[in-house]
Design a protein around this ligand. Structure first.
Ligand SMILES: N[C@@H](CCC(=O)N[C@@H](CS)C(=O)NCC(=O)O)C(=O)O
Length: 215
């Protein structure tokens, strides 16, 4: 088992891609060493490059490997820890969990650009939010509601128990709080708002927030 893990992350206030594998490791109780590199500084790239030839973080270092990209990292963790059910155990639920995680990873560009993660701020809804960003929010509300309805019966997360799909959407819960997104205006029947609150109440998310405030 690759128990010797070092996760290279960015600032907790801003680095949404770092939060995903960090939350997966932390919530599943997998020990790791954390190394933080401050983003948006002149020295940022030269500090990242020795760990990550792509110049991007997060990176998971283990057994001589440097695994880049949040989705590849969490898939590696799922393979390494099969007994912890990082993905849902049920085949259908697992397929949809992977599908919505891939959609998070490859989509929602407008939301990401116009509502960047700022974990510790309260900024209000931007007046000039584009139609595409609004469509992104509506799609995420639909995903959350659909997963909760079809697969969420066994708990408060998208697939009941906490899974990697929740780790992938964790930064969105923070964005919805930061930008005070009124989810009912985007088709929410209440389930997406409850899910956002579940995510934000996780002790691991609160630990991330506390560390972001201390940065
Ligand atoms: N697709 C990548 C995206 C990684 C990414 O864009 N990371 C940002 C920080 S959140 C980064 O490393 N930026 C480098 C910089 O700001 O210099 C993933 O899923 O991990």
């Amino acid at each position: 088992m690759g128990e010797d893990y070092e996760l290279i992350i960015g600032d907790k206030r801003y680095s949404s891609w770092s939060l995903r594998p960090w939350l997966a490791l932390t919530a599943f109780g997998i020990p790791f060493k954390e190394t933080m590199i401050r983003l948006r500084r002149p020295e940022t790239l030269s500090e990242i490059l020795p760990h990550s030839p792509s110049g991007k973080i997060p990176v998971l270092k283990t057994g001589g490997l440097a695994i880049g990209d949040s989705l590849a990292i969490i898939e590696f963790l799922a393979e390494q820890h099969p007994n912890k059910s990082l993905w849902p155990a049920d085949r259908d639920a697992r397929a949809i969990a992977r599908s919505v995680s891939a959609e998070m990873h490859s989509s929602f560009q407008a939301l990401r650009n116009e509502f960047p993660m700022d974990f510790t701020s309260s900024l209000g809804f931007p007046d000039n939010a584009s139609g595409q960003a609004r469509a992104d929010i509506a799609r995420i509300v639909a995903i959350w509601g659909d997963c909760r309805r079809r697969f969420g019966g066994g708990g408060d997360f998208l697939f009941g128990a906490f899974s990697l799909a929740d780790a992938m959407y964790a930064p969105v819960a923070s964005r919805f709080r930061t930008y005070q997104v009124e989810l009912s205006e985007f088709g929410d029947d209440g389930s997406a708002a409850r899910y956002r609150d579940t995510m934000l109440a996780m002790p691991e998310m609160q630990a991330w927030e506390e560390a972001a405030r201390a940065e």
